[in-house]
Ligand binder design. Structure first.
Ligand SMILES: [Fe+2]
Length: 370
């Protein structure tokens, strides 16, 4: 008798799915990959991903693939369905329904709240479980068509995939939480520094927003933007080592006071030294007062000797300083500053960065107008 032919090359599928879902640490991106890969692996019409909401302890729809817009509204309602929650979340069991109109449980049921029919003929749902805890559920489903029913082999494969998917989702979520915690801790620190300075509050956060807008306009990737976000937020952290009497002085600084003030980039770079992988962030901080023509400080670097992060932060920093450090803003101040930065291309600033600043300023006035 011939050996039973398997529909799948399970080993290859598991390896491909594992590679794909672990290729990103962005929770939204991981969610999109999970939907795409599970649909592709199972050859199904749709896939939907539910995650457990920490507050309510219920599933919420995190994404779906293959549905029409109307159907999407109905899929959202599935997460409020107690019997699905109970089965997957409490009992931690998979659920296979091969004909919703004939199924003992589902045949008389309409979707909660809407009373609509199920937007699928058959579905297979598995809990996403890691370390004994269900973090979500993955559902693949088919419209009515030949071969829409799911087999035991389908179930085994999706169950095997689910462990990897759960770990990838959890990792991305943890990473994102750690990143947000880190960023909010640093933001609190920079607020304290901004409060010591004569700038209006929120300078560092605005510089970060402007720098990232320029970086995006220059089409840098997310990894670059991540470093830029940190170095722009921390660019003035060295002011922690400058006396308040100098930082707050309302009059022009004397020679020795200016020398003290001009030490803040070096002090900042030293503070950041202990952070892991801090080299790029450090350069953004150390070089943010260098000038493209070599007349800046502390090291009189010139042109592309200055890191691109610092060249971007420099434009963002000057734009914010000039648009916020005076008690009464004139109506056309922003336009004057805009012109001034354009005029300083190639002398104070990198002309490529100024050009991206001009494009961003024209395309996204909301970013630059607060
Ligand atoms: Fe500075």
């Amino acid at each position: 008798m011939a050996e039973k032919q398997h529909k799948y090359d399970a080993g290859k599928i598991l390896l491909d799915v594992s590679r794909a879902v672990n290729s990103s640490l962005d929770p939204d991106e991981v969610g999109r990959i999970v939907l795409r890969e599970s649909r592709k692996a199972m050859g199904s019409d749709h896939a939907s991903l539910f995650l457990v909401d920490d507050k309510s302890g219920h599933f919420i729809l995190a994404g779906a693939d293959g549905f029409s817009e109307d159907e999407m509204d109905n899929i959202k309602l599935l997460s409020g369905w107690e019997m699905i929650n109970d089965h997957l979340l409490k009992n931690k069991e998979s659920l296979v329904v091969n004909d919703v109109h004939k199924d003992a449980i589902f045949k008389d049921e309409k979707l909660p709240s809407s009373g609509e029919e199920f937007p699928m003929e058959s579905f297979l749902a598995v809990p996403l479980e890691t370390r004994g805890k269900v973090v979500g559920a993955l559902m693949i489903s088919n419209r009515e068509r030949p071969g829409h029913a799911f087999t035991d082999e389908d179930k085994d494969l999706l169950m095997a995939m689910s462990n990897n998917i759960a770990i990838a989702l959890l990792n991305a979520r943890l990473y994102s939480r750690m990143k947000n915690l880190f960023l909010s801790t640093i933001t609190s620190l920079t607020r304290a520094i901004d409060a010591k300075d004569s700038y209006t509050s929120g300078h560092s956060e605005r510089v970060m927003k402007y720098a990232v807008a320029i970086g995006k306009e220059m089409k840098f990737d997310e990894e670059f933007l991540e470093n830029l976000r940190l170095s722009s937020l921390l660019h003035d952290i060295g002011k922690i080592g400058v006396k308040e009497s100098i930082l707050m002085k309302p009059a022009k600084l004397l020679g020795y006071e200016r020398r003290q003030m001009r030490m803040h980039p070096s002090i900042g770079a030293r503070i950041i030294e202990t952070m892991d992988d801090s080299r790029i962030i450090q350069r953004g901080i150390l070089e943010h007062h260098e000038r493209f023509d070599g007349k800046g400080y502390p090291n009189h670097l010139k042109g592309e000797q200055i890191s691109i992060e610092a060249r971007i932060i420099s434009v963002a920093d000057v734009f914010d300083a000039l648009t916020t450090d005076r008690p009464y803003q004139q109506g056309d101040l922003r336009d004057k500053v805009f012109q001034k930065i354009k005029d300083e291309a190639s002398s104070q600033f990198d002309p490529r960065v100024v050009s991206a600043f001009v494009d961003s300023y024209n395309k996204n006035p909301d970013i630059w107008n607060c």
